[in-house]
Design a protein around this ligand. Structure first.
Ligand code: F6P
Length: 341
């Protein structure tokens, strides 16, 4: 078989582990040819690719980022590709395409699949918000980074009797905020799924200070919003890829808490630190398993599908249903933490 692989959307620790696994299973075990498209779907549309052999993927298992490069693509360019899909596939002699990406990439993968390209998707995102899979790789690494940040912020917050607001990624879903907040013992966790009341946060912080615990750490997802009328807040603009540009809820909330409580507050925006660097062992294993199963699915001719983790098993699930809705933090997971939302 001749298999194409690409990484698209925001990068994520573990992408290289998938690429390596695809090459090992396809080239080494099965005698296939693997080509890697550069910079996501752009490389596919522009015919920019290189052959990936065992030497190309040697030593990349623990490396963050993606050796292929990544990018986002405007929808109109993708539609162009779909219109020419068959000619395109013949020209590249592709027997299978393995796009590795998040919700946007998997939607694009489904469009290409509907247009006749034999696609097997692999889900990735540090946000863990793809509903068809129990976990995405990259999430464990991001939670680890955010937890370490909370641990570190606690000691400096305590020394200075400050309120620290740590803003983590999580556009539509608050998984990183929830799990890093729980693991780090944050005193308040704010997620996009549930608008927060600034009054509740103030009350909790005042009670802590009254008990002699003269510091607090609040973990807030970048997509979290205050409840209507709770504090001044306006939405950001929409970028060319349809994503809202966030206005920095961490800084806004820190200022609001400082103003209301008369206590020093600082914000720490973790940003892309959560996405960079080496993947955890968990993420390397999941990514490696996804790569292996994607090649197997291609050999079985199971196209229009993506790999998914269900419990401890890797299964194949239709791309069409996988991208229908995002996986958000359910109420019962919020109830399990003592923190204030
Ligand atoms: O994968 C999603 C994500 O990590 C979001 O949580 C975040 O909003 C986004 O990527 C930021 O990506 P970029 O800065 O690359 O646009």
């Amino acid at each position: 078989m001749r298999i194409g692989v690409l990484t698209a959307g925001g990068d994520c620790p573990g992408l290289n582990a998938v690429i390596r696994s695809v090459v090992h299973r396809a080239v080494v075990d099965r005698g296939d040819q693997v080509i890697g498209f550069e910079d996501g779907f752009k490389g596919l549309l522009e015919g920019r690719y290189r052959e990936l052999d065992i030497n190309e993927v040697s030593g990349i298992l623990a490396r963050g980022g993606t050796i292929l490069g990544s990018s986002r693509l405007e929808r109109h360019r993708l539609r162009e590709a779909c219109d020419n899909a068959e000619a395109f596939r013949r020209e590249l002699s592709l027997d299978a395409l393995i796009p590795i990406g998040g919700e946007g990439t998997l939607t694009a993968a489904r469009m290409l699949s509907d247009a006749g390209i034999p696609v097997v998707g692999v889900p990735k995102t540090i946000d863990n918000d793809i509903s068809a899979t129990d976990r995405t790789f990259g999430f464990d690494t991001a939670v680890g980074v955010a937890t370490e940040a909370i641990d570190r912020l606690k000691t400096t917050a305590e020394s200075h009797q400050r309120v620290m607001v740590v803003e983590v990624m999580g556009r539509h879903a608050g998984w990183i905020a929830l799990e890093a907040g729980m693991a780090g013992g944050a005193h308040g966790i704010c997620v996009p799924e549930r608008p927060f009341q600034v009054d509740d946060l103030c009350k909790m912080i005042e009670e802590r200070f009254a008990r002699g615990k003269k510091f607090a750490v609040i973990c807030v997802a970048e997509g979290a919003r205050p409840a209507e009328g709770s504090m001044p807040y306006e939405r950001g603009e929409i970028d060319p890829y349809g994503h809202e540009r966030f206005i920095g809820i961490g800084n806004r909330l820190a200022s609001e808490l400082e103003r209301r409580l008369g206590k020093e507050a600082r914000a720490m925006v973790l940003g892309h630190i959560q996405r960079g660097g080496t993947p955890t062992a968990y993420d390397r294993v999941l990514a490696t398993r996804f790569g292996w199963h994607a090649v197997e699915a291609a050999h079985r001719g199971e196209f229009g599908m993506m790999t998914a983790l269900r419990g401890t098993e890797i299964v194949m699930t239709p791309l069409a249903t996988a991208t229908m809705e995002l996986k958000r933090v359910p109420q019962y997971r919020m109830d399990e933490t003592e923190a204030v939302f």
